[in-house]
Design a protein around this ligand. Structure first.
Ligand SMILES: [Fe+2]
Length: 320
């Protein structure tokens, strides 16, 4: 039987934007080091508002969605497509009433849905200048986008249904793969080699559960029961980005041999939020030393320090 779903409209979704969760999940994690499972960390009843009807409303306000359709069991992703609006709304309606295996990704949902924006706030990550857009995923049983990794620090919040997650250690991703991930080069150019080691964490997420993924930790989600999840990411910014972003203030190392260049793809250290202005100052100093240790020439230390301090304090400035 066809399920009737809500209609489409323009503008942000109105309504309550507060979110009662335990908050401050950031402090509950071994940030950047280990994956963590945080059971019942957010209110399942408040997340329940994110049903298919709500996703239709969200889609009507977004530019479109990415759809992954799996061909057969165990084959993972066989086809991915981008569906622009307004067609995305109708395609989504059809998928919801379909028994096939599919995953739908919606980017930038925090811009149009106050509940999703409130979830991003509730996790309490202070490094706002690295905040990425929020992705909501709707998926059917047996589906997933396969084994992959990214440069982001990420939280996966389960809003509805159930999903099995396997997470591997970040060390499973070698220097070449890290560089590709930092450069956002697609997997079809350099497929990530699947680890032969067992995962360091395997868990089933239920509504309200949250999974923390450190940068470069390979992970794989498989849906058990129709699932809606929220992926919150904080972009990994590498020394490489500073060389690229501030050409008058810092120059790359003379040698371009891989062993000299690879350390440029290490991530910048985060400022300690507890230390306030002192934390920013020591983080800037650590970054400048890090650049020099990697063979870069810092040509205008004072201006670069200023720019870095502004970035680390910023809540809205983009990655250089
Ligand atoms: Fe992922």
């Amino acid at each position: 039987m066809r399920t009737e779903l809500g209609g489409a409209a323009e503008g942000p979704i109105t309504g309550p934007s507060g979110f009662v969760g335990s908050g401050d999940l950031y402090r509950s994690t071994d940030w950047r080091r280990r994956p963590a499972l945080l059971r019942a960390a957010l209110s399942a009843s408040e997340l329940a508002v994110l049903g298919p009807d709500r996703l239709i409303e969200i889609l009507a306000r977004l530019t479109g969605m990415r759809v992954f359709v799996a061909r057969a069991r165990r084959t993972g992703v066989s086809q991915a497509s981008f569906v622009p609006r307004p067609a995305s709304v109708e395609v989504f309606r059809r998928l919801v009433t379909n028994d096939g295996r599919f995953t739908v990704l919606m980017n930038g949902v925090e811009r149009v849905d106050p509940v999703v924006a409130a979830v991003q706030e509730a996790v309490g990550v202070p490094h706002r200048w690295r905040a990425d857009d929020v992705v909501v995923t709707y998926s059917s049983p047996g589906s997933g986008i396969g084994y992959h990794a990214g440069h982001e620090d990420g939280f996966i919040v389960q809003a509805a249904g159930q999903r099995l997650w396997r997470v591997w250690d970040s060390d499973e991703v070698d220097a070449e793969a890290r560089r590709r991930l930092i450069l956002n080069q697609p997997d079809d150019i350099y497929p990530l080699q699947r680890s032969m080691s067992p995962p360091v964490l395997e868990c089933e997420l239920a509504p309200g559960d949250v999974l923390y993924l450190p940068p470069f930790a390979p992970h794989e989600g498989t849906t058990i029961e129709r699932s809606i999840s929220i992926a919150l990411g904080w972009r990994g910014v590498a020394f490489y980005h500073l060389v690229l972003g501030f050409p008058g203030l810092v120059s790359p190392p003379d040698s371009l041999a891989p062993e000299d260049v690879d350390p440029l793809f290490d991530l910048l250290p985060d400022a300690d939020p507890e230390a306030g202005a002192m934390g920013i100052t020591s983080s800037v100093a650590a970054i400048l030393t890090g650049l020099e240790d990697r063979g870069c020439l810092v040509t205008d230390r004072a201006r670069l320090s200023d720019r870095l301090a502004t970035l680390l304090c910023s809540v809205s400035q983009p990655v250089p």
